[in-house]
Design a protein around this ligand. Structure first.
Ligand SMILES: O=C(O)CCC(=O)C(=O)O
Ligand SMILES: [Fe+2]
Length: 342
């Protein structure tokens, strides 16, 4: 057995399973279909899986290719070059290779960049503290077109994210523009994930099991595969098959709360392999820091009372991003903390 650093080793029950997974797949939805059919298909997928793939999504395929190229060129740079744009307390965007999910180190390196630069988030998780912190992007010198390609990508994927938000609003019986209001001063960001080949793929994960916090995630992946999602019915891990030129869409915590648990923010993780590196690019569509998140009033009534108390998205974001979780061995905040007990 090849030794890997113990910080990467998952507890036995969270390691990749060796048995063959169910054959079931998340739906692939063609966004060139008519609105009525899309609204039904998207609503059903959000309810059953919290995950679906989209094709004919309108994001230029040449731009996706360019993103994959600049991402690879960046991660291929010597470590000393990458560390010039290293993420730290002052610059929380940029390069990072020691992210922990649920206190175990992920087998990956990342590069993060904001959609709105600068963006503002609460400085602390203390509810009464009004102080804000400014987040800004930092960009590497090479490849020379890195920044330009990333900025264009954010603009295009943001358009897709707004379009999906409209279909999801309609699928809940609400006006198309209902959810868009939460995104003025959004704190969305995109991320390049690079998962290098791992000598002990049976012990580590590229990203440990987690749920995405925001409204939705638009994820590009290459043809290697490795993303697995927990099936809503029984928690069984289902691998997501790579579909050429598609984006994977998943519901985040905010959408689950807005929908009062009709829609599902599924747990997911990434398994790695010993032969091929893998790249993926999530766009995390995050409301503005001042957004107050609670089940939408139009969707609750005496028979379906709100299942969550209201919370502030900015404080939730800041609390989840605290850097001292590892030290304290405590889990970060989850939406279940806001569940109404009855
Ligand atoms: O790489 C992937 O397929 C998913 C990554 C992911 O879940 C994340 O970065 O939140
Ligand atoms: Fe995720």
């Amino acid at each position: 057995m090849v030794e890997i650093d113990p910080s990467f080793i998952q507890e036995t029950e969270h390691r990749p399973s060796s048995k063959s997974p169910p054959q079931e797949q998340i739906p692939v939805i063609d966004l060139s279909s008519d609105t009525e059919s899309l609204v039904t298909q998207i609503g059903d997928a959000c309810e059953k899986w919290g995950f679906f793939q989209v094709v004919n999504h309108g994001v230029p395929l040449e731009l996706l290719d360019k993103m994959k190229r600049v991402g690879k060129q960046f991660f291929d740079l010597p470590m000393e070059e990458k560390k010039r744009v290293k993420r730290d307390e002052v610059y929380p965007m940029g390069y990072y290779d020691s992210e922990h999910t649920k206190n175990v180190r992920d087998w990956k390196e990342v590069f993060d960049f904001l959609v709105v630069d600068p963006s503002f988030v609460p400085a602390t998780e203390v509810p009464e503290d009004p102080e804000l912190r400014t987040l800004t992007n930092q960009w590497p010198q090479t490849p020379a077109d890195f920044r330009e390609v990333c900025e264009e990508y954010n603009r295009e994927v943001e358009k897709l994210a707004y379009k999906l938000l409209e279909f999801i609003s309609l699928s809940m019986g609400l006006p198309a523009e209902k959810l868009g209001t939460y995104f003025k001063d959004q704190i969305s960001f995109s991320r390049f994930n690079h998962y290098p080949p791992c000598p002990s793929p049976e012990l580590a994960l590229g990203v440990g099991r987690h749920k995405d916090g925001g409204a939705l995630t638009v994820l590009a992946q290459d043809d290697v595969g490795g993303l697995e999602i927990a099936r809503r019915d029984d928690g069984e891990w289902i691998p997501v098959r790579p579909v050429p030129d598609a984006f994977i869409i998943n519901i985040g915590n905010c959408m689950q709360v807005w929908s009062n648990d009709k829609y599902w923010s599924a747990e997911h993780r990434v398994v790695v392999n010993s032969k091929r590196e893998r790249f993926s690019i999530p766009f995390f569509f995050f409301p503005s820091h001042h957004a107050q998140i609670k089940p939408l009033e139009e969707l609750v009534n005496d028979e379906n009372p709100p299942k969550y108390k209201e919370f502030n998205w900015g404080k939730f974001f800041t609390s989840r991003n605290r850097s001292d979780f590892k030290k304290q061995e405590v889990e970060n905040v989850q939406i279940d903390h806001f569940k109404v007990s009855n």
